[in-house]
Design a protein around this ligand. Structure first.
Ligand code: FAD
Length: 323
């Protein structure tokens, strides 16, 4: 690779931008990350964040990227500093028989026995699968440190009005701006799917819990605490709503059979849902530079992160080959 072509700009320091930064830096590029917020201030920090394809399109491609990501997250989880653990996830239905999604078969998912339904009066069926859970309070810092170790540089507190504002020395720009892409590249196809969670102390749960049918409910145990959710509505309001918190606690207490736990933190994030699906494609700017778009991961940004970063890298390699 010629020295001039190994500099790239990455917009965004959430899970998508940080993952691309690691991947490109460790493969010989010199990425600079430009972002308004970084790591713990982003939507990514509000995520639960369990490996679970949810609220992202198109389903077939999401399954492929998700399974690729699963492999990488499993590898990374061997490093205790990553904040990734493997947990048993039980997905429940409150009504009828829950059909396993196709991706679950390749992970050895099995239907739950009656005795495993936690609250038989409430849940009617479910399946169990072992998946990675990411502690965002650790993993986002881990990704940033790993990218820096491989030579990536960070320029944060930078609010861009357009992609073209990036210095023209950068011939390739990777756009990982999440819900911010609506403004940054004028993408009206993006919908902010607002999600609120309540972080509580450690709960004595045998597994992570997701309720598949409405109201959305999940309980994701992490190393030092537990994330309870959730909400999903079209809104740009990033302020915690006390009514949402009390509904989240009420439903968690009801289905888990516990007293409402004490909340240590409320967090809100905007899932970058894109109606026509994750945007993963290259575009040429008027000045001939290449933009590789990687946004619109909806409720699956962690689940898709490594698969999508590999796809971005393949796009960059294809661009180099034809230039
Ligand atoms: C409550 C909740 C629970 C979730 N649970 C899960 C889960 O269990 N599993 C899962 O896989 N996913 C989950 N998600 C989804 C996941 O959090 C998102 O898909 C993911 O965070 C998107 O990451 P991103 O890096 O693309 O965007 P973001 O994290 O939003 O990062 C975008 C970055 O771009 C920067 N940026 C944007 N616009 C500009 C601009 N104009 N100029 C400069 N910088 C800009 C921002 O500052 C930021 O650094 C959840 C989300 C929520 C809200």
């Amino acid at each position: 690779m010629p020295a001039t072509s190994n500099r790239i700009a990455i917009i965004g320091a959430g899970v998508s931008g940080l993952t691309c930064a690691v991947l490109f830096a460790e493969r010989g590029y010199r990425p600079t990350i430009f972002a308004r917020e970084s790591g713990q201030q982003t939507t990514s920090a509000a995520a639960a964040a369990i490996w679970f394809p949810y609220d992202a399109e198109p389903l077939d491609q999401v399954a492929v990227w998700s399974l690729q990501t699963l492999e990488t997250l499993r590898d990374i989880s061997r490093d205790p500093a990553s904040g990734i653990a493997t947990v048993e996830l039980r997905v429940f239905a409150r009504q009828g028989m829950l059909a396993k999604p196709r991706w679950a078969d390749s992970l050895g998912a099995r239907p739950l026995e009656a005795a495993e339904l936690l609250k038989p009066g409430i849940f009617t069926s479910g399946y169990s699968v072992h998946v990675p859970v990411v502690d965002t309070t650790v993993y986002l810092d881990y990704l940033r440190a790993r990218a820096q170790l491989a030579g990536a540089q960070f320029s944060t507190g930078v609010a861009l009005r357009s992609v073209a504002e990036i210095d023209s020395d950068y011939r390739t720009i990777v756009n990982c701006s999440g819900a911010g892409a609506r403004m940054l590249v004028g993408d009206d196809d993006l919908e902010p799917h607002r999600g609120q969670v309540a972080v509580v102390g450690k709960l004595d749960l045998p597994c992570a819990v997701v309720c598949d049918d409405p109201p959305l409910m999940y309980a994701i145990p992490r190393t030092n605490d537990c994330v309870l959710g959730g909400t999903n509505e079209i809104s740009e309001n990033v302020e915690p709503d006390p009514g949402d918190t009390s509904r989240i606690l009420g439903e968690a207490a009801r289905v888990l059979g516990i007293p409402p736990p004490r909340v240590t933190q409320e967090r809100v994030g905007l899932r970058p849902f894109r109606r026509s699906g994750v945007r993963l494609e290259s575009e040429q700017l008027a000045d001939g530079r290449t933009v590789l778009h990687n946004y619109g991961h909806g409720g699956s940004g962690f689940t898709l992160s490594w698969g999508c970063a590999e796809a971005v890298f393949a796009l960059q390699s294809a661009t180099l080959a034809t230039s």
